[in-house]
Unconditional design. Sequence first.
Length: 252
Amino acid sequence: MKKKLILAMVAMALTLGLHSCVWAAANNFSVKADELEYNLQTGEGEAKGHVELKQDGGVATANYAKFNSKKKSGLLVGNVMVDRADAHIVCREFIAHNENDMSAVGNASLTKEGKTISADRIDYYKGRQYAETMGGWARLTDTDGSVLKAGKIDYDIAQGIANATGGVTIDSPARDLTAAANSAVYKTDKGGYVELQGNATATQNGNTVSGDKLRLTNANVAMADGDVTIYYVPEKQPALPGKEQQAAKTLA
């Protein structure tokens, strides 16, 4: 009887709200916050202030959260950071639709396998390892500082292929490369390539190649198709020493 009374009091306290509390549920779920309301039967809860949720190895922090631990769904708002498997997400608002499908909204970024995709909104499908952006701008950043920008990027992380559309630009300081096109396909693995399509142009070390389609590989090889134009700037030769310079003039 005493145990039943204690359990009833705990359930009532969790339903009415607790301050600076931690709660661990049976389905590998825990939440910590300044204020917390949690319904043991339904799994529904609301947390405010320094919120930290843990479930199935994932950790999320935010200013506010409304969630259902049984359905593995919820809304996190304010300074959101989510670490799940090897994916790191930062955004203003995070929506967990279910165990595998989620949306990051508001200057969102998703980092996985050394690549960071950023946009106003990113929809991420964990089961398919697939991310797509919304909001009119998108950016894919590599570990060497190279940046691909576009209006929209769909990124198949499992296959390592990103499809970019809408005013594509590439800036790679490490390779002294800039490029632009209407759209692009980016194969992100070590032996990958960037295929630019529509009004494609690329400039590297002062040399420019343009065409309807242009492929750039990690070996700096350019293959162009359709109305190809190449502008090549020859390297400047070092000035000859005095006697050699005079001899060159004599021979001329």
